[in-house]
Ligand binder design. Structure first.
Ligand SMILES: Cc1cc2nc3c(=O)[nH]c(=O)nc-3n(C[C@H](O)[C@H](O)[C@H](O)COP(=O)(O)OP(=O)(O)OC[C@H]3O[C@@H](n4cnc5c(N)ncnc54)[C@H](O)[C@@H]3O)c2cc1C
Length: 374
């Protein structure tokens, strides 16, 4: 094994695996350093909803771009990735939320994203198990779901087919073109990509990121119980809040026939254990929307941590303090969706080629300089 590479990717979650494949496919000599199980971090905990979100124009552009990349890749994804274009229905509880449905439709429409407004009868027809009192919703047919750890494994396997080398070690120190591993070995590159998710701050100083805990629940099989990913319109409010603990109705039908139930958000809860009070709040919320779900059995519950930044956008690109370090982290609750676009943007930066969307909104310098100044 040579110790010098065109790029070294730290972390083989979905983001690191996507970056490794993009760079290896572009002809670069790549090493991927993973200290644990491939796709076993936040990627294994995530819901796998490939979703367009519009908290900001930058988020809308990144999620849309990446969703198109997933759709392009879909035909080659293996069966165990469980990729399925289920579409999302953003569910409106009342007439006030229907206003939000029309606002969202207008914003998506300006970007050429096809959506369909559902009134109460149309919603009922599409999802008969939803509460009959709900006002309607917005269908986004292009949204999809997949099983993230298998997707990460596949991306990495493809990178290896393009001669990427996987180094099953932990990086303990990085900088000045060098990566020191936990066995004392040194790898060298002028491009070290820190894609270690919530652990990124252990290797790179001054990253303004916080861990944001989430709970998920999976039920036994009930094929057809819901047919689309269902999310309450208040979800963005919940995801956008930077203080309070929150829960939002969010249910995904899996290819297995199981229902994956989300989701919660908590800051300053660093332990992995399931927090029963959050779980109860989450399950109460889902029953308000899907009363019949109470008849299904819970098979498993788990938690995971999102890497969140102050402006809810990822950190993609050069790290200002060291020209050999690049970041691909801070994807919060959208890293599965935006992994492929992250990899393209990074590769475009490395090669100096024009990217499909501007990189500027995601450059680490936008908040690193501010944080260092503060
Ligand atoms: C409950 C929950 C639900 C979610 N739902 C969705 C969703 O529906 N859609 C969506 O798009 N996103 C979702 N997300 C977000 C998504 O899961 C993450 O944004 C994404 O998985 C981040 O991927 P990553 O590769 O950056 O990090 P990770 O998957 O955490 O990968 C980082 C990797 O780095 C490795 N590592 C760490 N330190 C070192 C080191 N020093 N040396 C070597 N390796 C190291 C780790 O072992 C790990 O494998 C959800 C997240 C949670 C918690």
């Amino acid at each position: 094994m040579s110790s010098s590479y065109d790029a070294i990717i730290l972390g083989a979650g979905i983001v690191g695996a996507a970056c490794a494949l993009e760079c290896a496919r572009g002809g670069m000599r790549i090493a991927v350093v993973e200290g644990d199980v491939v796709g076993g971090g936040a990627t294994a905990a995530g819901m796998g909803h490939i979703v367009i979100m519009d908290d900001s124009m930058a988020q809308l552009e990144l999620t849309r771009y990446s969703q198109l990349l997933w759709a392009e890749l879909a035909p080659e994804l293996p069966e165990d990735t469980e990729y399925e274009t289920t579409g999302t229905i953003w569910v409106a509880a009342d007439q006030q939320e229907m206003e939000e449905v029309y606002r969202k439709q207008a914003v998506y429409g300006q970007q050429g994203i096809v959506t369909k407004v559902l009134d109460r009868p149309a919603l009922r027809k599409m999802e008969p198990n939803l509460h009959p009192g709900l006002a309607g919703g917005l269908l986004v047919p292009s949204d999809a779901v997949l099983y993230p750890p298998c997707a990460a494994r596949y991306l990495l396997e493809q990178a290896v087919r393009h001669d990427a080398v996987v180094v099953p070690k932990k990086a303990v120190r990085i900088g000045n073109g060098r990566v020191e591993l936990n066995d004392g070995a040194i790898l060298e590159s002028q491009r070290i990509v820190n894609a270690t998710g919530t652990a990124a701050s252990d290797l790179t100083a001054d990253l303004p990121m916080r861990k944001r805990k989430g709970h998920l629940v999976i039920t036994d099989r009930a094929p057809g119980f819901v047919r689309h990913q269902l999310v309450e319109l208040g979800y963005l409010r919940s995801a956008g809040s930077s203080t309070a603990d929150s829960v939002a109705f969010n249910v995904q039908p899996r290819k297995t026939g199981q229902m994956l139930i989300g989701s919660s958000r908590q800051y300053d809860a660093d332990h992995k254990e399931v927090d029963r009070s959050m779980l109860v709040r989450m399950l109460q919320r889902v029953q308000q929307y899907l009363p019949g779900i109470a008849d299904l059995s819970v098979i498993r519950t788990w938690t995971g941590f999102r890497a969140s930044t102050p402006d809810k956008l990822p950190l993609i690109g050069p790290y200002s303090d060291d020209p050999t370090i690049f970041l691909a982290t801070g994807h919060e609750g959208l890293g599965i969706t935006t992994s492929l676009a992250t990899a393209k943007l990074l590769m475009n930066y490395f090669t100096g080629s024009r990217s499909a969307i501007p990189l500027e909104p995601y450059l680490p310098s936008r908040i690193l300089l501010e944080a260092q100044h503060a």
